[in-house]
Design a protein around this ligand. Structure first.
Ligand SMILES: C[S@@+](CC[C@H](N)C(=O)[O-])C[C@H]1O[C@@H](n2cnc3c(N)ncnc32)[C@H](O)[C@@H]1O
Length: 247
């Protein structure tokens, strides 16, 4: 699906967000606060527009995406960005490699966001920053109703006129409606082991910018690692049991 929208992805984004996509990117870069020489991981980087914005600081940015079409478009546009084709749920990096990990409008798309959060935690250095920019739920009722109407009627019509794949934008509207609100996502981020978790709303909560830190304290790191191993064991053993039951 993402291969199918790669060609006109950035243009469609700009139109659908009425220019706000540009402001959300600026806010995300400020929250990441990349420093010269730092190694920053930009997940679900798509065509690399978010990665380029991060690299202006002098940081070394690695852009990860699993869509060959998005990556091809990104490599064509941004020659100085390192693109890696990989699944966020199984990152091809060692533990504690990056100073900051960020993901814009990507966490909502992965199969299991909690597995993705665990991977983000694993590859971050102790003390490293995580920043997640994602669609969310406007807290004011009136705005929420207006936004639902936009998702149901306006977005499909605009996408049909500007995108190469209108089905993908029906998926976009559905995935936004099904996505948890600010409080729930904050709990998931804490559940992955991050500390100092906070968020701020952008465009009245249409988008939320979440942030957190990987702890530095060795005892805390060890207890999160123990918990993650136990969860992984439980998940793989119940997956194995359900595979046996099915066969
Ligand atoms: C809506 S785009 C966001 C692109 C970019 N971050 C931006 O802000 O413009 C979502 C991207 O997530 C990628 N994606 C979805 N699930 C993924 C996964 N499990 N692993 C890697 N990339 C994934 C898609 O290929 C797509 O390029």
């Amino acid at each position: 699906m993402f291969d199918g929208v790669a060609k006109h992805y950035d243009r469609t984004n700009a139109v659908l967000s009425a220019g706000n996509a540009y402001l959300w990117r600026i806010a995300t870069v400020r929250a990441v606060a990349p420093q010269p020489g730092e190694r920053i991981l930009d997940l679900a980087a798509g065509t690399g527009t978010s990665s380029v914005a991060l690299s202006h600081s002098g940081a070394r940015v690695v852009a990860v995406d699993f869509s060959p079409g998005m990556i091809a478009e990104g490599r064509r546009k941004h020659k100085n960005i390192e693109f890696v084709e990989a699944d966020i749920e199984k990152l091809p990096f060692g533990d504690d490699e990056f100073d900051a990990v960020t993901i814009s409008f990507g966490l909502r798309n992965v199969n299991d966001p909690k597995v993705a959060l665990a991977e983000m935690y694993r590859v971050l250095k102790p003390g490293g920053r995580v920043v997640i920019c994602e669609f969310s739920k406007p807290p004011r009722a009136l705005l929420r109703i207006g936004y639902q109407a936009y998702l149901n009627y306006i977005l499909p019509a605009v996408a049909a006129a500007t995108s190469s794949n209108r089905e993908a934008y029906n998926y976009l509207a559905d995935s936004i409606k099904d996505w948890p609100d600010q409080g729930q996502l904050s709990q998931w981020i804490r559940g992955a082991g991050f500390i100092r978790v906070a968020y701020r709303n952008l465009t009245s909560g249409v988008v939320a910018l979440h942030r957190g830190r990987k702890p530095v304290d060795a005892a805390v790191l060890a207890s999160v690692a123990k918990r993650t191993r136990a969860t992984t064991r439980r998940t793989s053993s119940s997956a194995a049991k359900s595979a046996v039951a099915k066969s």
